[in-house]
Design a protein around this ligand. Structure first.
Ligand code: SF4
Length: 306
């Protein structure tokens, strides 16, 4: 149980009466910010090397991926139930019937009680949302949008090819459809200081969201951003672990208590990650964060109106 903030396990306990585990799957979707339907070249921090035909044409079916995930997690917790997490790329980008068939395939797998769909805020047509709202009456459905920041100048700079207004629109339509909704945000994008990051958290806190999921900006090999930084075109924040934990505490203080915070860090593969290289396992980061929360007496939302 997290200290000082409402975490994702608490959110799941409010929806399910047993232990739930997410299983990430790659359903072979692509990205509209690369295939030309929204943009080309992709977001500047996104690793081009992972965008290849082999990754986008998974050799294993959705069912097989979920069965393998269940086998892995089920060894330790035989009674575990599961959520299929459509994580890779833009999991609503495609023909609606084909997309819905993928969600149905996942939900047909034994012990899979729900799906979480990761996508972009500009890729949620109302027709698909209506069908998801119908599905959500029978099975648990959640949508997670990659917002990354509330600042359009930053979104333009990193070539996201969508706006904060798209995020607000998608969030409000999703909540209106009765579907749990989360946002993904990146802390430390180029040009964003602490004030800009906290203003995003305050704007996010005004939305009727269920969750946010955060991670530090990572410079990864093979990305446009890494090339630009190496060429000295601009720089990005290189947080030390203490600086980043201090930032996370402030984020907690500015986040509405009605929003669960799913995570604060992410770890790219070691051979691709350039910075930050903190060398911490997730649980080690959580321990350091918890220590700071306790020491400073941090409480979620206490500075929301500051
Ligand atoms: S971060 Fe997502 S939207 Fe951006 S280029 Fe990569 S896959 Fe596409």
């Amino acid at each position: 149980m997290a200290i000082g903030y409402r975490d994702f396990s608490q959110f799941l306990r409010e929806h399910f009466d047993c232990k739930m585990q997410k299983i990430a799957i790659n359903a072979g979707f692509t990205c509209p910010n690369r295939d030309g339907s929204k943009g080309r070249g992709g977001c500047t921090y996104c690793n081009n090397q992972t965008f290849n035909p082999a990754y986008c044409t998974p050799t294993q079916s959705i069912t097989k991926q979920l069965e393998e995930g269940k086998q892995f997690f089920g060894k330790k917790y035989p009674d575990m139930r599961y959520l299929a997490y459509f994580q890779a790329y833009t999991n609503t980008h495609g023909d609606i019937d084909r997309v819905m068939a993928m969600y149905h395939e996942a939900l047909a797998v034994d012990k899979v009680d729900g799906i979480i769909i990761g996508t972009r805020p500009d890729c949620m047509p109302q027709e698909l949302l209506d069908q998801l709202a119908e599905l959500n009456k029978r099975k648990w459905v959640m949508i997670e949008y990659g917002a990354e920041t509330s600042h359009n100048t930053t979104l333009d700079f990193i070539n996201r090819c969508h706006s904060w207004e798209d995020t607000v629109d998608a969030t409000l339509r999703t909540v209106k459809a009765g579907i749990p909704c989360g946002l993904h945000l990146i802390l430390g994008l180029p040009g964003e200081d602490e004030g800009m990051i906290l203003s995003t958290i305050k704007r996010v806190s005004q939305l009727p969201l269920d969750t946010i999921k955060l991670h530090q900006l990572q410079l990864v090999r093979g990305t446009r951003m890494t090339k630009d930084v190496e060429e000295g075109l601009y720089n990005v924040q290189h947080y030390t672990i203490d600086e980043y934990i201090s930032l996370c505490c402030k984020v907690i203080q500015h986040t509405s208590p009605s929003i669960a915070i799913e995570r604060f860090v992410s770890q790219s593969p070691d051979d691709l990650l350039i910075s930050p290289r903190w060398g911490l396992k997730n649980y080690e980061f959580t321990n350091l964060l918890n220590n700071s929360i306790k020491k400073l007496g941090v409480k979620q939302g206490e500075l929301l109106n500051s």
